[in-house]
Design a protein around this ligand. Structure first.
Ligand SMILES: C[S@@+](CC[C@H](N)C(=O)[O-])C[C@H]1O[C@@H](n2cnc3c(N)ncnc32)[C@H](O)[C@@H]1O
Length: 315
């Protein structure tokens, strides 16, 4: 080697690179929570994606050497992740949910709902999976919840509904990617306005539920997501009130409503103290998801309708 030639970079394994990147992520103070919640997982997500690795490969994947070109690509991605606070899922155009991969970009929220666990369990014990023929994913975004439900209920027809035309373009990409066009439909409209008079066995929704003030204090990464998917009025309950008011009219007898309200759980309990919300427990983390049966919704429908933020309804 001549004295002025550039030395070859030291080889690095997948495992070492993941550790290095994780340390940098940790030091940088980026917010984790858009698909992964610790630096090692975030770094592994990026490295596995760029190198086209499969976790099924097990330990073998970690002892591979990282080719220089991919190492440089990962360095650029890491820089953008840290400097611009862009969630890794947007940088890679991909997110995992319920063990399935989804295309994502900044037109939709990054999938992360704890409802994934419930879908994996076929919504048991809240409904008998055998009777699930129709499912509605209200406020579908990327389509992740409804598409995962369609996989779990292979005989069911699933509707994906959202107000945002942009989000629905992403949902369509995912319906096609998972070859579900025969029984999964994409519908545009304001909440139940998208579905006409249709009725379902399961209505599942992860609507916007962040209170206006709380939104202002969220980490920068949330600012990369469409605010239409996050903010829902002063107490975060604007959309949830409407869903509660109308859900019974769109459920079959014996049907259930499942809604994530996250940080608005306490506000919801305060708003409707007499309503028997069943709050679900999750083995893999997350909270703020309730279920109600059609009968429970019907029993309190008058109260839900009166609580809606409409002219004439004073709260
Ligand atoms: C919290 S995101 C959830 C996306 C997806 N279900 C998920 O879990 O990743 C909420 C979604 O609600 C949609 N949305 C907001 N207002 C709506 C409305 N009035 N009617 C229907 N969808 C609405 C947004 O466009 C956004 O895609």
């Amino acid at each position: 080697m001549s004295s002025d030639s550039i030395p070859a970079p030291t080889p690095i394994t997948v495992e070492e690179l993941i550790r290095q990147m994780a340390e940098e992520l940790d030091r940088s103070g980026v917010f984790l929570g858009h698909g992964t919640d610790d630096p090692i997982d975030e770094a592994a997500f990026m490295v596995f994606h760029v190198m086209g690795l499969d976790h099924a490969e097990g330990e073998q994947a970690y002892i591979r050497e990282v080719p220089e070109e991919q190492r440089q690509e990962l360095q650029l991605l890491l820089r953008r992740r840290i400097q611009e606070r862009i969630p890794a899922a947007y940088l890679l155009g991909k997110a995992w949910f319920c063990g399935l991969d989804f295309y994502v970009d900044e037109r939709v929220l990054v999938p992360r709902s704890p409802i994934a666990e419930l879908i994996g369990d076929g919504f048991q014990p809240w409904i008998d999976p055998i009777r699930v023929r129709r499912v509605l994913d209200l406020c579908t975004g990327s389509g992740c919840i409804g598409i995962a439900a369609a996989m779990v209920f292979p005989e069911a027809r699933v509707d994906l509904a959202d107000l945002s035309f942009d989000a629905l373009e992403v949902a369509r990409i995912n319906v096609e990617h998972h070859a579900l066009g025969q029984r999964v439909s994409v519908l545009q409209g304001d909440l139940f306005g998208a579905v006409g008079t249709s009725r379902y066995d399961v209505i599942v929704s992860n609507p916007p539920y962040v209170a206006k003030e709380e939104f202002l204090s969220l980490p920068e990464e949330y600012g990369r997501e469409p605010s239409l998917g996050l903010v829902a009025g002063e107490d975060g309950l604007d959309l949830v009130r409407s869903i509660l008011a109308e859900a019974a009219d769109h459920l079959e007898p014996g049907g259930i409503l499942v809604v994530e309200v996250g940080s608005a759980e306490q506000a919801l309990e305060r708003a409707f103290p007499g309503v028997p919300f069943t709050w679900l427990d999750f083995e893999y983390g997350g909270s703020g998801v309730f279920t109600l049966t059609r009968d429970e919704l019907l029993a309190h429908q008058g109260q839900f309708v009166a609580s809606r933020k409409e002219p004439g309804n004073v709260r």
